[in-house]
Ligand binder design. Structure first.
Ligand SMILES: [Zn+2]
Length: 99
């Protein structure tokens, strides 16, 4: 089941430590791009910084339509999980949690 990302972070409890696949529409050629499976990092309980900058996982994927390189960031904070794809609107990103 694909879930469209909202403008608010996705629930950390449902995603932390899980594996997700993402799909998004390329902003340049409008091809639907599917990523490899990505691990969702745990929000860092040990961080003693007061900055809540969370944990990151980054990947690059090449659009099969136009060869544009998209940078993907999975960001976990205690507020939730955000999937960022460079130059693509958050609402154009969908995710699927692996069983
Ligand atoms: Zn493209």
């Amino acid at each position: 089941m694909w879930i469209q990302q909202k403008t608010t972070p996705a629930p950390l409890d449902e995603l932390q430590g899980r594996t997700v696949g993402l799909k998004f529409e390329c902003n340049q050629c409008h091809t639907e791009v599917f990523t490899d499976l990505l691990g969702v990092p745990a929000a860092d309980h040990l961080a003693n910084s007061t900055e809540d900058d969370g944990q990151f996982e980054t990947e690059e994927i090449k659009c099969p339509g136009c060869d544009m390189i998209h940078e993907i960031t999975v960001k976990s904070t205690f507020d939730g999980v955000t999937f960022e794809v460079s130059e693509v609107a958050p609402e154009s990103v969908e995710y699927q949690v692996q069983a």
